[in-house]
Design a protein around this ligand. Sequence first.
Ligand code: BGC
Length: 370
Amino acid sequence: MKAVTIGADGRTRLRDVDEPVLDTADGVLVRMLEVGVCGTDAGICSGDDGSPPDGADFLVPGHEGLGEVMEVGSDVSDLAAGDLVVPTVRRPCPHDDCRACRSGNQDFCMTGDYTERGIRRAHGFGAELVVEKESYLCRVPSALRDVAVLTEPQSIAEKGLRQYLAIQRRLPWLRHAGPAELLDGCRAVVLGGGPVGLLGCMLLRLYDVPTIVYSRSAPPTEEADLADAVGAQYVSSEESDFEEVVERLGGVDLVYEATGASALMFEVMPHLSANAVFIATGVPEAGGEEEIAADDVMRQLVMKNQVLCGTVNASRGDFGRAIDSLSGMLERWPDAIRGLITHRHGPESFCDSAGSRDGLKHVILPGGQG
Ligand code: BGC
């Protein structure tokens, strides 16, 4: 079968590799339909990120997958041939004392010895066929066929929101509150107008949270139109500074960051309201140096009971919530959510798509059908 491969020499090739074998009772053979590409893939393609499985001299990239079940092992009870599925990304580390991995919460792995399909020491989904355990696959309703490849990036937003809700339950009057009450009165800013930012924006808008997307490009742009379509505002950092964002919202209680631009993160932080939470999802390149107003940031953080929270990866529960949210988005804003996927290419374009600045989400079709 054909698979996208990134060699130790950094060369990306579409090559013939052995088909995976369904040889365990809890295994599922999946034909990959679509694979999304993102900034992490750009890092893998340029050799700055990613590593092949132990003993292999190439990595099959691709961690945002959507596939169709072809065949199931004898112990598989909840999936059948023809079902649409999305795989989760991270697999647990082997250490007995990692309470996170041992309890099925490898997105909080404590040892760093986890693997991630398509990223770190495990092949990904940029192949015609993959085999995966049933417990790492999430069934997707067929009505979501054309947007379900967004489940993985949406799971990042779901985990981010879950962090916000958990953090705000620290406030004694919200200790037992559900999401609607916790988000009542919340004013949110999304940093970054890429797919992860826009999905976070759409999630907040599902709860009717007043939201501003603060991103670089000046409108008219696809991201500004999309923000507008879901009832958010779009503000360009080329045209306005962050004070204007604060003024427009009357205060900022939640920042959902999806840029990886640390200078911007620290520029924003001193302007947040009391008890605000900053959720950071973007991964800055290592080794950069930025000048920051450390005293202002820390003074505000302490004096206003603020929280800065990093979040990476997502749990199976987050994938389930992502699927529910995508259904809600498809109902409320069908054109906007479909419009987020701007390009579909053959698998040979994996790295070109990952590096492309054109449009929003690029998706490859591992079977080559276009
Ligand atoms: C993926 C996460 C992964 C992270 C770090 C992101 O692009 O969405 O699942 O944990 O990269 O490897």
